[in-house]
Design a binder for this molecule. Structure first.
Ligand code: 8YV
Length: 323
């Protein structure tokens, strides 16, 4: 098994207990070619990070690879159709990071609503002068309408927090109805247009597919409420950064909290970073000790199960096990 980056020790221990030979990268920052060479030596890849793409070209170049255990819940870096066609099993790490990631969405929403980023910078730079009753007014979140795009496990936890803390109305748009959320959170299923037009906060928690690239663009931002807080902790590809910048600078929307950008890492001269109503984090949704050790465990368990000829416990393309 090729483990392309350091992961928590509990994951490595599971691989060792499963009697697997582990290959690590030979250098700290391998080139694309070096990474490919390591993949070519492996039967299974435990893949950390979104940089490496597993597509037709990759599978052609690495015919020995029979399984990919992702160290993430998102599986957008894998061409699942192509993998399934070749009977390559793909595993991910659901559930264990839902709390941590929804915490970051919740945190960003509050940071943007009270311009925390801008206000801390003001203190640090010595620009905190006199008290002004009309300066730096935020907006309260009580009883606002949250629009969740993609109400799965992470979206549910975000909605649950927003309801409990701020008594928000929960609306969502999804591929299918989430009956649990409708029952427990009184969540209302709406069309994408309704979500865009009626939400005070939009938070994205969907799995990213290429068809959704730049889903949030100027024509969508234009339909939003002026007090809209846009939160993206899913994938940077969902929003067009230039269009988001225009919407923010022209006051079409209130602010944005991003844990994901396009590209990643975000360029340090990105115009978004100069705006007072924006908060950007470096993709830390799942960056807690608890979530990361849960991810290491699930990814390693997927590898071990596959190596024993068993079904991966958290497999994205179960079809590979059908005859
Ligand atoms: C991962 C993530 O840390 O799970 C996901 O989909 O985006 C993050 O939790 C990241 O993808 C590194 O593998």
């Amino acid at each position: 098994v090729f483990v392309n980056k350091r992961i928590p020790d509990n994951g490595i221990q599971i691989l060792k207990d499963g009697n697997l030979d582990i290959i690590f990268p030979e250098t700290e920052n391998p080139t694309h070619e070096e990474w490919l060479e390591s993949c070519q030596q492996a039967d299974i890849i435990l893949s950390v990070g979104g940089k490496n793409k597993y597509d037709k070209e990759f599978f052609d170049a690495c015919p020995n690879v029979k399984a990919i255990a992702l160290f993430s819940v998102g599986f957008d870096q894998v061409d699942i159709e192509e993998a399934t066609k070749r009977k390559i099993a793909v595993g991910n790490t659901p559930d264990v990071l839902s709390r941590a990631t929804s915490d970051v969405a919740f945190l960003l929403m509050q940071m943007v609503s009270r311009k925390v980023n801008y206000n801390t910078a003001k203190v640090k730079s010595g620009n905190w002068k006199e008290f002004d009753p009309l300066e730096e007014l935020g907006q309260e979140l009580y009883e606002k309408t949250l629009g969740v795009l993609g109400l799965g496990r992470i979206g549910f936890e975000m909605a649950e927090k927003c309801k409990a803390a701020f008594g928000m109305n929960i609306t969502y748009h999804n591929r299918s109805h989430n009956e649990e959320a409708e029952k427990e959170l009184d969540a209302k299923y709406v069309s994408f247009d309704e979500l865009v037009e009626n939400s005070d906060i939009i938070s994205i928690h969907a799995n990213f597919t290429p068809e959704q690239a730049d889903l949030f663009n100027t024509s969508v931002f234009e339909k939003m409420k002026e007090n809209l807080i846009f939160i993206n902790t899913a994938r940077g590809g969902f929003h067009n950064e230039k269009d988001l910048f225009e919407a923010l600078i022209s006051g079409k929307i209130w602010g944005a909290g991003l844990d994901v950008t396009n590209p990643e890492p975000m360029q340090k001269d990105s115009p978004l970073l100069g705006l007072p109503n924006v908060c950007v984090l470096p993709h830390i949704g799942s960056a807690t000790l608890e979530a990361r050790s849960g991810m290491a465990r699930l990814a390693a368990e997927n590898v071990v199960a596959f190596s024993k000829g068993e079904k991966m416990p958290t497999c994205v393309n179960l079809e590979v096990y059908e005859d």
